[in-house]
Design a protein around this ligand. Structure first.
Ligand code: ZN
Length: 540
């Protein structure tokens, strides 16, 4: 996600004596958790979900021509087949069924498989409620167990699953998304301004980390991104009211109008770590092609062609940033990228889809371009290279913020970007030096879990101090070397999960410098992150 103008806001609020937490956050009144809703399921959907096969050719359709082989390497990743229907009742309700083929990629036998039901996460999602029923393993009904405030779904396996063996788990789920704005979750999940936001809208496989086991940690802070996932292939049939348009991760390969006034979309993805969608009767789409990727700019029909409409600005920024980052960080491999006007406070990233605040979607608004750049930067840092966003948010957010510096420098037509970046650097330096000396800002390292930062300092200490870390690295190594190192990092961990040490080693290998002291000073404990046993891709 993106924190708009955080630095400026912080400085201003320090001066007037407010905390910026009060200004940017705080739940809106009247939205209480909806714990009892939506226990109904649609068994008829079950028959519509095919079993999962080793023929993955349909997923090629979400890849650029040079990258279809990446799909072949993903056959034994998390394989999702989902059929679901969205209805407005008037809260948004999703009922669905999903089959997941999970392959044991650890080196130990497993007696359970764990899913996360992110919509039940409090205090972040005060407007969602997910329920699960009819869980089966290889066609045999099992008794699953909920824990962790209903955010952890444990599916027992009657026979232990040996390394490299697979099971197919089927389940029904329902999700109620209460109508209204929740200010904490950046509308990751929501129903506001006639837009339904589907982030983490299905039961999501958790991750088995070496030496730790299944990731079941509570998501204790309302700040940050709540998910930790591994890459998978998604084959999704989503039925929505026919007046709603659908923007989603992946590529829509088929759509069918139904006699009951609904429309069913089939979308498939290449190797992606999440599958999000946004649906609205307000959306229309403007498309353009760049570097083999179709850019879909989804915007509100009712605001299009008004004098302040920012759609054309969004198109221009997206057309500039995608080829730039392709060149510097390595090719974005997917066939489509959706840039979606949205009720979010700022911006939010999903693989192949980013949401951008409707509040900044105005012609000439610099924040619109900044937010698009940041969220598109996440396609590399979070999307292609994953990380545990709850425990190591510093691995993606500062890099996405740093991509804004890269964009400023590399698209400069005025010759002034050097001054702009130097001013930003010196402002950040003095803010943190003085802020910490005077006790206004806590002196916390970059590599802490989201919940270890006081809420009101999270954005400042992770996004802005993280950006300062990369500016210091540029001073030390030169920006060209840093670009090369980040490209190496993407090459090594593409579609996988990286740790702080992985990032450090990639930068050291490319720069030839020992960065242990620097990482200790800024990052803190950089060699203790846990990670999955195998991401498959690195073994090829
Ligand atoms: Zn971000």
């Amino acid at each position: 996600m993106k924190r708009s103008s955080l630095l400026l806001l912080f400085v201003t609020l320090l001066m007037v004596g407010y905390t910026f937490a009060l200004q940017t956050h705080g739940p809106l009144p009247g939205l209480q958790p909806t714990r009892a809703a939506a226990q109904t399921f649609s068994p008829s959907l079950l028959t519509d979900v095919p079993g999962i096969s080793n023929d993955v050719s349909v997923h090629y359709r979400d890849m650029k021509a040079d990258f279809t082989k990446d799909v072949d390497g993903a056959i034994n990743t998390n394989r999702y087949a989902i059929a679901a229907q969205l209805t407005l009742e008037p809260d948004a309700v999703i009922r669905g069924t999903q089959r997941v083929r999970y392959t044991n990629r650890t080196n130990v036998p497993l007696d359970r498989v764990v899913f996360r039901l992110y919509p039940n996460t409090l205090p972040m999602f005060t407007i969602g409620q997910m329920s699960v029923a009819n869980v089966s393993v290889n066609g045999v009904r099992v008794k699953s167990r909920l824990s962790g405030g209903d955010t952890v779904l444990t599916v027992p396996l009657s026979q232990s699953l040996k390394p490299s063996e697979a099971v197919e788990i089927a389940l029904d789920f329902s999700l109620v998304i209460k109508r209204g704005i929740s200010s904490y979750d950046f509308q990751r999940l929501g129903y506001a301004n006639d837009v339904v936001s589907g982030g983490s809208w299905y039961p999501v496989l958790s991750v088995y980390d070496v030496g730790r086991g299944w990731w079941t940690e509570p998501i204790a802070s309302p700040e940050g991104d709540p998910t930790y996932t591994q890459t998978g292939l998604y084959d999704v049939r989503l039925t929505v009211p026919k007046e709603m348009a659908l923007a989603a991760s992946g590529t829509v390969i088929d759509q069918k109008a139904n006699s009951d006034g609904t429309i069913t979309y089939r979308l498939v993805t290449g190797p992606m770590r999440d599958c999000g969608f946004m649906a609205s009767k307000r959306y229309t789409v403007t498309t353009t092609e760049v570097d083999g990727t179709q850019l879909n700019i989804w915007h509100y029909k009712d605001r299009t062609n008004t004098p302040k409409d920012g759609t054309q600005d969004a198109v221009e920024t997206a057309k500039a940033v995608l080829p730039l980052f392709n060149r510097i960080f390595g090719q974005y491999p997917y066939r489509e990228l959706d840039i979606v006007q949205h009720p979010t406070l700022s911006g939010l990233e999903f693989p192949g889809l980013v949401t951008i605040s409707e509040g900044t979607w105005s012609h000439g608004d610099e924040t619109l371009a900044e937010t698009i750049v940041h969220e598109v930067g996440h396609q590399w840092f979070y999307g292609l290279v994953g990380n545990n966003q709850v425990e190591h948010p510093w691995l993606d957010e500062p890099l996405a913020t740093y991509t804004q510096v890269v964009y400023t420098r590399e698209t400069d037509s005025t010759g002034k970007s050097g001054d702009v970046i130097a001013r930003l650097h010196s402002r950040l330096r003095s803010l943190f030096t003085e802020g910490i000396q005077q006790g206004d800002i806590p002196d916390l390292p970059l590599n802490l879990p989201v919940a270890d930062y006081p809420n009101k300092y999270y954005g400042l200490l992770v996004y802005e101090r993280g950006q300062l870390f990369y500016l210091e690295l540029e001073d030390l190594l030169g920006h060209e070397v840093l670009y090369k190192a980040l490209r190496q990092y993407v090459d090594r961990f593409k579609y996988g999960v990286a740790t702080s040490k992985d990032l450090k080693v990639a930068i050291e290998d490319v720069s030839g410098k020992n960065l242990s002291d620097l990482f200790k000073k800024w990052v803190g404990d950089y060699d203790k992150d846990t990670k999955p046993a195998s991401d498959l891709f690195r073994e090829r």
